[in-house]
Design a protein around this ligand. Sequence first.
Ligand SMILES: [Zn+2]
Length: 142
Amino acid sequence: MNLNEIYTEVILEQSRNKRNKRDLDNPTVKELGHNPSCGDEITLQLKVDNGKIEDASYTGTGCAISQASTSIMVDRIKDLSYEEALKLANDFIAMVKGEVKDEKTLEELGDAAIFENIQNLPARVKCAVLPWYTLKEIIEKK
Ligand SMILES: [Zn+2]
């Protein structure tokens, strides 16, 4: 898969996933993520019960990569515990650094694994990791 194909797939994914871009009713936590190098700004919203992410959404603006990465992450983290979500976030960050090679980890990342080769576009890495760092922020300061 070359980079153009990734980019196209990302944009398609984003356009399909507008349903994740909304305000939650009474979110448990909201966290702003900002990537000044591109201008991406997202607010991640989670509804958490007993340490489990019952619902998730985001609002904000940014490039197609940040929006698509956020939407894919929102889909992936629903019904996970904070511990499971944190592991995924760490795996995603390791993956974009090229540190994840095993299929099992990539499988667990689900659709988020389409960003595996974003490391070849260094300027866009921060766009792809923005939602995952925002999620880590929430979990680690809990
Ligand atoms: Zn961006």
